[in-house]
Ligand binder design. Structure first.
Ligand SMILES: [Zn+2]
Length: 233
């Protein structure tokens, strides 16, 4: 089901239970779930949805850049890890020279003690971080060129791990990108970069912000959806 709120359509799933009041939940994947008392008429549900519509949109905006939990990794041979939207299998080998290499769908880690998971974690994390730096820089430069046409001036970014955000723009204009974002396809990384670049001009998620985002990246919503989906296993 859906309601129209201004120019925005809000889709929602409706279910019934024998509770007394109607509840509306907005989830991190931006879905809206309505639980209504049994026998509630559709028109009453719609009325309630209209009443809460601005709150729902506000909640969805809060979750837009929210980072869902990345599955816990143990850093053992055979475990799968994501990189640029694809799955790679971790292979641990014994060897005198420490190295991390990616080849044919595998991440090959070489170290003297293959049972040292803590060391493997450090090696793999550092390797991903280095890759993130190189790839983000390349995408960042391309996105800055695009953004310059809309009067957004070039700047730099920094890698920073954040617990619940893919990216951030500080009040003094510094863009931060979460190195964990390297798990996502490039199209999603570009979306996060453009989103943060737009914040250099429009600090809040105002209608002006969305107009700017829309003009720079007309398919941003599909990219965001893909991003939200890519960490759910
Ligand atoms: Zn934002």
């Amino acid at each position: 089901m859906s309601i129209q709120f201004g120019r925005k359509r809000i889709d929602f799933q409706l279910s019934y239970s024998n509770r007394k009041t109607l509840s509306i939940d907005v989830h991190p994947d931006l879905s809206v779930v309505v639980t209504a008392p049994t026998n509630t008429e559709d028109v009453a549900v719609e009325q309630k949805m209209h009443k809460r519509a601005s709150w729902i949109v506000q909640q969805q905006r809060f979750f837009e850049n929210y980072l869902p939990t990345i599955p816990v990794r143990r850093y053992v041979s055979g475990e799968s890890h994501r990189y640029l939207g694809r799955q790679y299998r971790l292979r641990v080998h014994k060897g005198a020279q420490e190295s991390v290499q990616m080849a044919r769908g595998q991440i090959n880690v070489c170290l003297s003690d293959p049972s040292n998971n803590a060391r493997i974690r450090v090696m793999v994390t550092q390797w991903f971080r280095q890759r993130a730096k190189v790839i983000f820089q390349e995408l960042f430069d391309a996105m800055v060129l695009k953004a310059e046409r809309s009067g957004i001036s070039a700047c730099t970014f920094e890698l920073r791990r954040m617990r619940n955000r893919w990216g951030s723009c500080t009040s003094d204009g510094q863009i931060l990108l979460n190195p964990d974002l390297v798990i996502a396809p490039k199209m999603c990384i570009e979306y996060v970069i453009v989103h943060e670049l737009c914040h250099l001009k429009e600090h809040n998620h105002s209608p002006g912000f969305y107009r700017l985002l829309q003009s720079l990246m007309p398919d941003w919503e599909q990219r965001r959806e893909r991003l939200n989906g890519c960490v759910v296993e």
